[in-house]
Design a protein around this ligand. Sequence first.
Ligand code: DGT
Ligand code: MG
Ligand code: MG
Ligand code: MG
Ligand code: MG
Length: 258
Amino acid sequence: MAKSKYEYVRKFEQNDQCLLNCWIVIRIDGRNFHRFSDAHNFEKPNDQRALQLMNKCAESVMKEFTDVVIAYGQSDEFSLVFKRSTSQFGRRASKLVTNVVSLFSSSYVFYWGHFFTYQELLYPPMFDGRVVLYPTEKNLRDYLSWRQADCHINNLYNTCFWCLVQQAGLTSNQAEDRLNGTVSSDKNEILFSEFNINYNNLPQMYRKGSVLIWEKMSDPSDSSQVNNFQKTRRQVALHHTDIIGDTFWNEHGDILDS
Ligand code: DGT
Ligand code: MG
Ligand code: MG
Ligand code: MG
Ligand code: MG
């Protein structure tokens, strides 16, 4: 078929194929969730409903894009890691990030009411997205460690901050001044001695964030047993666990193999 004289404009499109052999990380982050969390009365410092909704959205993305081997989320962000050999969308960065962000955002609205039973969604939320490539296992693990360390640092700070404001009656400025220059052990001590809170006993989801991986589980919908072997199905499993140390990676050696 003859091409129209306009066809040449295609050549202006840029090739944004991600480098081969690298893990493709897509990190999405809620736009101005400072305002969004206030407007929707999120509990401070952690709103269980909001975090569970984020996890549900990430699960939706993983079920659609099964080359995502692990996803890590905390606060208003999620990092989704495509296996290094993925050929999804020909590894085109713009295709990958826009599809992931749009499915995540639409899922956030779609599932809102499942988690926020009494809180109406007041306006459409937005998420940004970026693509980062990691060529070595060390780089990728360091990336995920960076996000989990960020979760810990922010959560410890925010937990102290809101105790000082909500329970001790300090103003925001006073609470900030009080925490200025403190290290982790100081904050643990404030929580323990002034608010009777053992930080390590707070919910793991708040302290560690959320880790989603594929796990083989026996399929309860399939009762047929072949040679005493129950069929297994890959399902998305949710963990709130340390991913900085080696234990998690030793127990789930297949995540980075693929
Ligand atoms: P951005 O990302 O530059 O558009 O701006 P923000 O406001 O989204 O800033 P960001 O992403 O650095 O920080 C996340 C905000 O979301 C932060 O203000 C706290 C809020 N947020 C996230 N999760 C929760 C939660 O569970 N409870 C409450 N109260 N706030 C939360
Ligand atoms: Mg930001
Ligand atoms: Mg944000
Ligand atoms: Mg954020
Ligand atoms: Mg089309």
